[in-house]
Design a protein around this ligand. Structure first.
Ligand code: GDP
Ligand code: IMO
Ligand code: MG
Length: 423
């Protein structure tokens, strides 16, 4: 038996999709436990690029079953579109391969409407830069105990009652009447019905049977609604602790927590980012790293690796190892900066500051390490890396205090250096 959680240690887009796909080769089950189609996980297999939003990144192996857990918010239309796109790309997902929790909450049209209204209503400094996918409003309804769950889509009368109870504003109902919405969502529910299951029971049975399982997080630690840079966060808990809640398993079932860390930092959307590079360096990283959102195609803000953030992610997730991704993007740099602490108001800060004012005003303290000229994107053996690339990896691992188990040097499966034997 082995249950591994994969989490992003920064602001999302660390390469969780690639790492999940890599590790999925050796597992039986991949489970998504939170978030919704705000996520965009890219997996490159041979000539094909798959952009996954809701379906776990294990789906590309026929032998792997996938689960969308109760902690995920599901937009039924988007999920069916994603299944359709996968089919066009030659991946036929049957109900045997994909189980969706009957009690996962549904993103309704009103949630998307409200998400964009709220974002438009925020003044310049308060905008969050959400993905506009209705994530925040759907989780708000869940916590308010007024949400619609997937099983509710199967009962047309009950669904109508739940929707009417909301008293959605006329401006919204003029666009889409409740009757039309109920017809549409009942129909979507019928199409999803074969996939619906008690996924907590399914996952626990799999654990009992000794199956190997990956729990795939979306977003990243600094976007966590509790532990992230609130209010510039998403509306769920991406951190490892949430995997138990979002899948319905006990904490003692977890064996490993794997953090996915980009060799530099990116952030899409608004909010503080101390190591952000605004000028040429930021543009260089964006171009070289193709840092444009998988979901919204927005340019990602780019900057240096921040060890204050990484140490915090190690703590709040209880990470046991790190997969370092996109190291190839640093090829050709004379010097590489790594933030080891912050200066704020004359003080030196070593731990992630919880006060947003302090984090927002923190100035990074940098170490500079020598870079390398070589193109490392074809190297699969640690010993063959340029000496300065090896030194950079050792330096990050020493500062982190936990092992780096895998290094990614390109988006393809083959562009990976394994530093740890897995069983
Ligand atoms: P996720 O949301 O954490 O799954 O990450 P995304 O898929 O949104 O963004 C990561 C992007 O980087 C994708 O386009 C990947 O194909 C790509 N990628 C992943 N690992 C590497 C790597 O090691 N090097 C390079 N150059 N690209 C990578
Ligand atoms: P993956 O899983 C990067 C960001 C949005 C915005 C904030 C809130 O691909 O790493 P939301 O729509 O969730 O209410 O937006 O969170 N965000 C992400 N940024 N990667 C993601 O997912 C993200 N999902 C949400 O840009 O700043
Ligand atoms: Mg992404």
């Amino acid at each position: 038996m082995s249950v591994k959680i994969i989490v992003g240690t920064q602001w999302g887009d660390e390469g969780k999709g690639k790492i999940t796909d890599m590790l999925a080769e050796q597992v039986d089950l991949v489970v998504r436990y939170q978030g919704g189609n705000n996520a965009g996980h890219t997996v490159v297999v041979g000539p094909n690029t798959f952009k996954l939003h809701l379906i776990p990144s294990g789906i590309l192996y026929e032998s792997v079953q996938c689960v969308i857990g109760n902690g995920v918010v599901v937009d039924p239309e988007i999920l069916l579109e994603e299944l359709g796109r996968l089919k066009e790309q030659g991946v036929h997902v049957t109900p045997d391969r994909l189980k969706i929790s009957t009690i996962a909450h549904v993103i309704l049209p009103y949630h998307k409407f409200l998400d964009s209204q709220q974002e438009e209503g925020r003044s310049a400094g308060d905008k969050i830069g959400t993905t506009g996918r209705g994530i925040g409003p759907a989780y708000t309804d869940k916590i308010s105990r007024t949400g619609v769950r997937l099983l509710d889509l199967l009962d047309k009368e009950g669904l109508k009652k739940k929707c009417e109870a909301h008293n959605w504003p006329q401006a919204f109902q003029d666009r889409l009447s409740i009757d039309d919405m109920v017809d549409q969502y009942f129909e979507l529910g019928q199409r999803l019905a074969p996939f619906l299951e008690d996924t907590s029971l399914f996952v626990n049975d799999a654990i009992q049977a000794g199956k190997r399982i990956i729990m795939e997080g979306a977003q990243g630690t600094l976007l966590d609604v509790d532990h992230g840079t609130y209010p510039f966060v998403t509306s769920s808990n991406p951190i490892a602790g949430a995997a138990c809640v979002g899948a319905g398993i006990g904490p003692h079932k977890i064996d490993q927590v794997i953090g996915v860390t980009k060799a530099y930092s990116t952030r899409v959307g608004e909010g503080p980012f101390p190591t952000e590079e605004h000028a040429e360096m930021g543009e260089y990283l964006r171009d070289k790293g193709c840092e444009y959102g998988t979901t919204t195609e927005r340019p990602r803000r780019c900057g240096w690796l921040d060890m204050v953030v990484l140490r915090y992610a190690i703590r709040v997730n209880g990470l046991t190892e790190i997969c370092l991704t996109k190291l190839d993007v640093l090829d050709g740099l004379k010097k590489i900066k790594v933030c080891t602490g912050y200066k704020w108001n004359g003080e030196t800060i070593k731990h992630f500051p919880l006060d947003p004012k302090v984090f927002g005003e923190s100035e990074p303290i940098y170490d500079e390490v020598p870079g390398w000229d070589e193109d490392i994107s074809g190297i699969t053996d640690f010993d063959k890396l340029p000496v300065n690339a090896k030194n950079y990896i050792k330096y990050v691992s020493n500062l982190a205090g936990i092992p780096i188990s895998m290094i990614s040097v390109g988006s393809k499966r083959s562009q990976t250096i394994h530093l740890l034997e897995r069983h």
